[in-house]
Design a protein around this ligand. Structure first.
Ligand SMILES: [Zn+2]
Length: 456
């Protein structure tokens, strides 16, 4: 039996921020006490002035393994996660081959992950045009929920669903009690806008932005809310970018619909006005919109309309970013940010009067609840896994390639100075990242604890 005590002046518990000692027996938190109440026999780890937050949970990452591990992979994604303070990742069902749309594909993913992960993980199942009969078997095999696209995801191996196809999948999804995560853009407004831009200059960010209008997101969200009402499934909107959908999302929540919403650090930190032409590292879908829009996303985090913040970490080989031509039409869309998401968010949030308690809610407790792993993850409370991040909120650092740790260290954030440094990350009581190093062998494993199936 191993007994450890982790002390700091700012421990982020669900009740508040206070000086405390987290007492850990083997892999679990026993209890949290005052720093002067540590019993004899505990090995002391005192982090002084630093903060200890619950290990972050990222319910939206693309690990691309198996099948496209030259893009990322379990080894590099979970290393980057550990360096960023994450202790649990939930992998999206696309970009890997096979896509996670059948139980056999889920088993292939389990084999690909075996022995490679530095943090814990789980895998969402995919809902595509023709796999309605795989939905309940995937739930029985252990996925915490499902993901689908209402627009072409632009990658082989994963299809979008039309409204009709979604309608045949929804009774199956509703029966599982698990959430359906939806990429909410409809193709109609995007196709019309793109046709009108046939002769436009695609090295300009404004061209790309016009090609993915707010209307595409808004129309998709309206459709989803009405389907949610009709079929009674748990709806989760991934990477909300348009603030125009916020009034309807607020109304849906007051109506009591089981809907939750996420956004990402890039929508909160970057804005269209400052993205240089040709800077395709900033391409993602839906797109980064105006500063005014993004301020409204912050307001929605404040009033609880947006529940959580996840990275949508979606790397690719650098050549696919078309950096030389700077063409937003042909460049791969996706922004990788696992190692810097916490400082990105703290840089913005601290200026807006938010606290580390808010970050712990958005980046740990709420995504853990979405992914159904909140019986063990997401909060510093007795009985949970001893997963946490030691964070120095008052230090600054400049983003450089050697701090990114994922397979291809490309990033729109290189050279930026950010507030807050991840000093160490602990997974089930053991260090997985300390002062720039990754001690020990990969000990992350698939989350197999209890999964909750209640509304969000
Ligand atoms: Zn994604």
């Amino acid at each position: 039996m191993s007994l450890q005590a982790f002390l700091a002046r700012r421990v982020i518990t669900p009740e508040g921020i206070r000086p405390a000692a987290i007492l850990v027996e083997d892999e679990r938190i026993q209890t949290i006490v005052s720093p002067d109440q540590v019993p004899d026999g505990y090995a002391i780890n005192d982090f002084g002035d630093a903060a200890i937050l619950p290990g972050l949970v990222d319910s939206h990452v693309h690990i691309n393994d198996p099948g496209r591990s030259e893009w990322e992979g379990f080894e590099t994604a979970t290393r980057a996660a550990a360096a960023g303070g994450y202790t649990m990742l939930v992998d999206m069902p696309l970009n890997c081959l096979p896509a996670t749309t059948t139980v056999a594909a889920l088993q292939a993913k389990r084999q690909a992950a075996h022995g490679k992960c530095r943090v814990d993980w789980a895998a969402w199942g995919g809902v595509v045009h023709n796999n309605q009969d795989d939905i309940e078997p995937l739930a029985a095999a252990g996925v915490p929920g499902f993901k689908c696209f209402l627009v072409n995801p632009g990658i082989d191996g994963f299809t979008m669903v039309t409204e009709q196809q979604l309608r045949s999948a929804l009774p199956h999804v509703a029966r599982t009690g698990l959430p359906l995560l939806v990429h909410a853009e409809l193709p109609g407004p995007i196709d019309r806008a793109t046709e009108a831009l046939a002769n436009a200059d695609w090295t300009r960010y404004s061209t790309f932005l016009q090609s993915r209008p707010d209307e595409a997101e808004l129309a998709a969200i309206r459709l989803l809310l009405s389907l949610c009402r009709e079929f009674g499934f748990r709806l989760h909107i991934v990477h909300l970018s348009t603030s125009e959908a916020l009034p309807e999302l607020r109304a849906a929540r007051s109506e009591g619909l089981a809907v939750s919403v996420e956004t990402c650090p890039h929508y909160l930190h970057l804005s269209a006005e400052t993205i240089p032409n040709g800077a395709t590292l900033n391409k993602c879908a839906p797109p980064i919109r105006s500063r005014e829009n993004n301020d409204k996303l912050w307001q929605a985090l404040r009033d609880g309309t947006i529940d959580l913040v996840v990275t949508d970490h979606s790397p690719c080989p650098p050549a696919m970013k078309r950096l030389a031509e700077g063409n937003f039409q042909t460049a791969w869309g996706g922004i990788a940010s696992l190692s810097v998401a916490l400082p990105l968010m703290w840089t913005e949030a601290s200026q807006r009067g938010f606290t580390l308690l808010d970050l712990a809610q958005w980046m740990s407790a709420a995504p853990a609840r979405l992914a159904g792993c909140d019986a063990r993850k997401g909060r510093l409370v007795a009985g949970n896994d001893a997963d946490f991040v030691v964070f120095e909120p008052d230090r600054e650092f400049t983003v450089s390639e050697n701090k990114l740790h994922y397979r291809h260290p490309v990033s729109p954030y290189l050279g930026e100075t950010l507030r807050g440094v991840v000093k160490g990350t602990y997974l089930r009581g053991n260090p997985v990242f300390t002062e720039g190093a990754f001690p020990g062998q990969p000990a992350g494993r698939e989350y197999t604890g209890p999964v909750h199936r209640s509304p969000p």
